[in-house]
Design a binder for this molecule. Structure first.
Ligand code: KIV
Length: 273
């Protein structure tokens, strides 16, 4: 697509997402971490691309999302933005860049916006990080919340099981969702919570609720790209639908290449100068 043609594409914005909720149109969201895959998924008409800190797991091979740094997130996000024409790009604030104090949170968010060209940031937590959320919003940076299973708190939870099954935690989650909406967040991700609770939050709030393992009665869905494509292995939560088995496809192609090189079949006469 030429630059001229691409300028005609109507970008997805926070305003578009609000209208989608209002009109009952579901929002599609996937993660991406690099230019090439971002370009492919944007061409499908996906609404939102999240540069998730799950890059720590699927790109860097870490066991949790905690080790990824702000510089690494900025590297991934600026690569993704170059591949995107239409989708809204949101970038995760990595662990340790917003919990300390709200000034630090603001300067991390400003770096993300300045150095990547993304349209918004995502941040995990409710009441405990509300000051940071407000300060970032006051600089005109759109903020997406993230409640339920918040992977940056995995050592506090001690397990990746479904969250907010007990009344106390469910009430806190509902309260946090209202708090984030009142602060001015444009949307919230709800991860791994009972479908009934997610439906309640979705009905109670005017801003879009995007679910991952939160059932069908939310305003949109998000999955980790490498999980839904079947690149990752040994990760099969109930909510994950695998649309492909790319692990085997890639393995098969690479095996064929290795075999061809070994048996002198590659390159052939037409593949040389
Ligand atoms: O980092 C990530 O990929 C996420 C999604 C699971 C929502 O936060």
């Amino acid at each position: 697509m030429s630059v001229h043609e691409s300028s005609k594409v109507r970008k997805v914005t926070t305003h578009v997402l609000h209208k989608m909720k209002f009109h009952g149109k579901k929002i599609s969201m996937l993660t991406a971490y690099d230019y090439s895959l971002a370009r492919i998924i944007d061409s499908t008409g996906i609404d939102v691309v999240l540069v998730g800190d799950s890059a720590s797991n699927v790109m860097a091979g870490n066991e949790s999302t905690l080790p990824i740094t702000l510089d690494q997130m900025i590297y991934h996000a600026s690569s993704v933005v170059k591949g995107i024409n239409r989708a809204m790009v949101i970038v995760d604030m990595p662990f340790g860049t917003y919990q300390g104090n709200s000034m630090e949170a603001l300067s991390s968010a400003v770096r993300i916006m300045k150095e990547t060209g993304a349209q918004a940031i995502k941040i995990e937590g409710g009441a405990e990080i509300i000051e940071s959320v407000e300060r970032i919003l006051s600089a005109g940076i759109p903020v997406m919340g993230h409640l339920g299973l918040t992977p940056q708190s995995i050592h506090k939870f001690g397990t990746y099981v479904v969250r907010a099954t007990e009344e106390d935690e469910a009430n806190k989650l509902l309260k946090d969702a209202h708090l984030l909406e009142e602060a001015g967040c444009f949307a919230i991700v709800l991860e791994k919570v009972p479908a009934k609770l997610a439906a309640r939050v979705t009905q109670a709030l005017k801003i879009p609720i995007i679910g991952i393992g939160a059932g069908a009665d939310v305003d949109g869905q998000v999955l980790v790209l490498h999980d839904m494509l079947g690149i990752t292995q040994n990760f099969s939560p109930r909510f994950l639908r695998r649309y492909h088995n790319l692990y085997e496809e890639i393995r098969g192609a690479v095996q064929a290449y290795v075999d061809d090189v070994k048996k002198l079949d590659f390159p052939n006469e037409r593949e040389q100068y």
